[in-house]
Design a protein around this ligand. Structure first.
Ligand code: URA
Length: 425
C-alpha cells in the first residue's frame, strides 16, 4: 500500500479496506508511516468518519499492535469499568474493592490525569507507599489469590499504536472524534482481556461529550465494538455537568472514597458506585447481590485495605494535607442553583491537582472541598468551598476559573432525579 493513497481515499470520503487499515496501523507503529502522514489521516477520519466495520477493524489493528493479557485461567469471572473522565470522579476507588467483595475479579488498568480531569493513579499515589506500576505476575496474583481487585498502570505493551496516536491527536485537534475515541478506549480494554466491561460515559461541561446526543453516539459505538469483539459491554450515560461528590483533588478524593467504603459518603457518589457495581456483577453472572450491605458491613473496606497493602501502600497512614487553604463564601442568601463541573475541575487543576504537560508531578494535597451542592440552601457569608494547595500563589488563577462557575438563586432548583441518565447495551 501507499500511505498517500490511503489518506486520499479517506479524504475523499471513501471506505478504507480492512487490509488498508491493518497495514497503516502496523506501519505507523513501526515508524514506517510518519507522524505527519498519520496526522493527515486522523484529520481525514475526523472530517469523514468511519463506518462500523472500519471502526471495528481499526480497533482490532490497534489491539494487534501490542501484547494482550488473558484472565481466563483465573478462578473468578472478571469485570472492568471505564469512565470517559470527569471532575470528582473517584468512583473506581470504592467500586473495584466493592465488586471484588462478591468474588468477581476487577482488573482496573488506569491512567493519569491530563488537563482538568483527574487520574485514578494520581489519586492513589497520595497514599504513602502505594505503587502504580506492578508486574503482570503480581496483577495475576492479586486477582487470583489476593484482594481480587487491582488498580494499576497499564503496561507499555498494551495497544502501543494507541499510545502514539493519542499523543498525536492531542496536538492536532483530532481528539474529540467518536470513531477515534471509541476505538482508542476499546482497543485498550479488549487487549487487557477483561471478561465484561461497563462504560461510564460522562455527559456535560466537565466531560469530553458536552451533550447527550454525542455521548449516546460514543456509548453506542463502544457497545458495538464490544459486541463485534465478543466482549460483553454495557454503557451508562451519567451526569458530569456538576462535580461528583464533595471532594475534587487527589488525597481529598481518596478521603471521600474511604468514607464511601465505610458506609457513608455523598449520595451521588454512592448512587453511581452502586449502579456501576450492579452492572458489573450482573455482567459477571451475579445479578442478585445485596451490594449496599458490603459497604455497610466492612467487606468492601477489607478488600480495599488488602488491595492497597498488596501494592505497597499503608491504608492506615494519614493522607497528606495542604499547607494553605482559602475559602470561597456565598455572597447572598438563597439556593445554590448551578455548580459547573468544568469551572471546578479547572480550578482544582490550577491549584496543582493536575498537570499542564505530560510527566509533570501533581500535588497530592491540592484540590477543592465543596461545602454546598446544587439545591442546598446557603446563607450570605457561608463557606461554599475550600481551596487547598501547597503553593498559595496559585489561588488567584484558581479563583478566576470559578468566576461564573456557580450561581445562587432565590428559589430551589428542580432536583436531579438520578446521576444516571440512560443505559445502553
Ligand atoms: N480516552 C482514551 O483512552 N482515548 C481517547 O481517545 C479519549 C479518551
Amino acid at each position: 500500500f501507499d500511505v498517500v493513497d490511503v489518506i486520499r481515499t479517506k479524504r475523499d470520503g471513501h471506505v478504507l479496506s480492512l487490509d488498508e487499515i491493518n497495514w497503516v496501523i502496523d506501519a505507523y507503529t513501526r515508524g514506517v508511516v510518519g507522524e505527519e502522514q498519520m496526522a493527515a489521516l486522523a484529520m481525514a477520519i475526523f472530517l469523514r468518519g468511519m463506518n462500523p466495520d472500519e471502526i471495528s477493524q481499526w480497533t482490532q489493528a490497534m489491539i494487534d499492535s501490542g501484547e494482550t493479557m488473558d484472565f481466563s485461567a483465573l478462578p473468578r469471572p472478571t469485570a472492568d469499568k471505564h469512565s470517559t473522565g470527569g471532575v470528582g470522579d473517584k468512583i473506581t476507588l470504592p467500586l473495584a474493592p466493592l465488586v471484588a467483595a462478591f468474588d468477581v475479579a476487577v482488573p482496573q488498568l488506569s491512567g493519569r490525569g491530563l488537563g482538568h480531569t483527574g487520574g485514578t493513579l494520581d489519586k492513589l499515589e497520595s497514599i504513602p507507599g502505594w505503587q502504580a506500576s506492578i508486574s503482570n505476575e503480581h496483577i495475576m496474583h492479586m486477582l487470583g489469590e489476593g484482594a481480587g481487585a487491582v488498580i494499576c498502570a497499564a503496561g507499555a505493551g498494551l495497544a502501543p499504536a494507541d499510545k502514539k496516536l493519542y499523543a498525536l491527536r492531542d496536538i492536532t485537534s483530532t481528539v474529540d472524534c467518536v470513531p477515534l475515541i471509541a476505538s482508542s478506549i476499546m482497543s485498550k480494554k479488549i487487549a487487557e482481556g477483561t471478561g465484561s466491561l461497563v462504560l461510564d460515559v460522562k455527559v456535560g461541561s466537565g466531560a469530553f461529550m458536552k451533550d447527550l446526543g454525542k455521548a449516546r453516539e460514543l456509548a453506542q459505538t463502544m457497545v458495538n465494538i464490544g459486541a463485534s469483539h465478543k466482549l460483553h459491554t454495557v454503557a451508562l450515560l451519567t451526569d458530569m455537568s456538576t462535580p461528583l461528590g464533595n471532594m475534587v483533588g487527589n488525597a481529598l478524593e481518596v478521603r471521600e472514597s474511604v468514607e464511601v467504603l465505610a458506609g457513608g459518603g455523598p449520595a451521588d457518589v454512592v448512587e453511581l458506585t452502586l449502579a456501576l457495581a450492579q452492572e458489573m456483577l450482573a455482567a459477571a453472572g451475579k445479578p442478585d447481590e445485596d451490594i449496599e450491605a458490603a459497604l455497610q458491613d466492612g467487606r468492601a473496606m477489607d478488600r480495599w485495605n488488602q488491595m492497597i497493602r498488596e501494592q505497597g501502600g499503608d491504608p492506615t497512614a494519614p493522607l497528606p494535607v495542604a499547607a494553605h487553604t482559602h475559602q470561597v463564601v456565598a455572597e447572598a442568601d438563597g439556593y445554590l442553583t448551578e455548580l459547573d463541573a468544568l469551572s471546578v475541575g479547572v480550578a482544582s487543576w490550577r491549584l496543582g491537582a493536575g498537570r499542564a504537560a505530560a510527566g509533570e508531578a501533581v500535588q497530592a494535597e491540592a484540590g477543592i472541598e465543596l461545602h454546598a451542592k446544587i439545591g442546598d440552601p446557603v446563607r450570605k457569608g457561608q463557606p461554599l468551598m475550600t481551596l487547598h494547595t501547597q503553593t498559595p500563589e496559585r489561588f488567584e488563577r484558581a479563583l478566576e476559573s470559578l468566576v461564573g462557575g456557580y450561581t445562587i438563586g432565590e428559589s430551589a432548583p428542580t432536583p436531579r432525579e438520578s446521576v444516571v441518565f440512560e443505559r445502553l447495551a
